[in-house]
Design a protein around this ligand. Structure first.
Ligand code: PEP
Ligand code: MN
Length: 273
């Protein structure tokens, strides 16, 4: 290979150089090093009533963090692209009401100041190799949830983490959310083996998003449980009070009671492990 050996290209998170797990702390929640974290909430923030209602429900079901997209990367430019600054304001209201820290996707470094009250900045799958964004996020002092691109390898994901970490920010959480394959029934194919693989190669926490990995709500609970059994450090699950009317990703959203049921099963599996 030309240049530096591949496992030297991600020094900061390489297990060889950092045998200890990195534990990312978000308020009272911790992730990695044996600590497990549940992130739940709608694909996108739609209204105050919606986000506060869902936040209360997922909190009741034991979620550690609330997710909600305000800046939505959409395949079609004509689809709902999020409430933007207003969405972040509504997330802040839900955070104040429930005490749950919030996770939201940032698409451009130019929006950074709007994210002041956001606890975890998400880099979406489509932006995994937006190197300008990764460099900027490397210079802030907040956890970054880095999602694997649907067409990206495990090494590429680790090198994207390296962009962030080499700038000084070591609080990175990796997320497997499915990759694109020839399987046409599901939105993506959940690459579950990436979880133990990543945990062996790097010291970073690894979570699984079974919602985007499958695109079908019925498949979310079994894949969530499989991810936990496979050693994931956390789950990110989309939850909506009225999936049929959701402005984004309704078909993969769990209703609050379905989320509560899978969260309970996750606790049972973790107890066995
Ligand atoms: C999301 O989490 O809302 C999202 C857009 O996911 P992904 O980037 O994995 O497609
Ligand atoms: Mn979504």
């Amino acid at each position: 290979m030309y240049g530096i050996e591949i496992d030297e290209q991600y020094r900061c998170c390489n297990r060889i150089h950092n045998p200890e797990d990195i534990i990312v702390k978000i308020g009272s929640a911790e992730i990695g090093g044996g600590h497990f974290c549940m992130i739940a909430g709608p694909c996108s923030v739609e209204s105050e009533e919606q986000i506060v209602g869902i936040a209360n429900e997922v909190k009741k079901a034991g979620a550690d963090l609330l997710r909600g997209g305000a800046f939505k990367p959409r395949t079609s430019p004509y689809d709902f692209a999020g409430l933007k600054a207003e969405g972040l304001r509504l997330l802040s209201i839900a955070k104040k009401e429930t005490g749950l820290p919030i996770v939201s996707e940032i698409m451009s470094p130019r929006d950074l100041e709007l994210f002041e009250d956001v606890d975890v900045l998400q880099v979406g799958a489509r932006n995994m190799q937006n190197f300008e964004l990764l460099n900027e996020l490397g210079m802030i002092h907040k956890p970054i949830l880095l999602k694997r691109g649907p067409g990206n390898t495990v090494n590429e994901l680790l090198m994207s983490a390296e962009y962030i970490m080499s700038k000084g920010n070591r609080q990175v959480i990796l997320c497997e959310r499915g990759i694109r394959t020839f399987c046409e029934h599901t939105r993506n194919t959940l690459d579950l083996s990436a979880v133990p693989l990543l945990k062996g190669l790097s010291c970073l926490p690894v979570i699984v998003d079974p919602s985007h990995a499958t695109g079908i709500s019925r498949l979310v609970p079994p894949m969530a449980l499989a991810a936990v059994a496979g050693g994931a450090d956390g789950l990110m699950i989309e939850v909506h009070n009225d999936p049929e009317k959701a402005l984004c990703d309704g078909p993969q959203a769990l209703r609050p009671e379905e989320y509560a049921a899978v969260a309970e099963k996750v606790r049972q599996i973790r107890a066995v492990l």
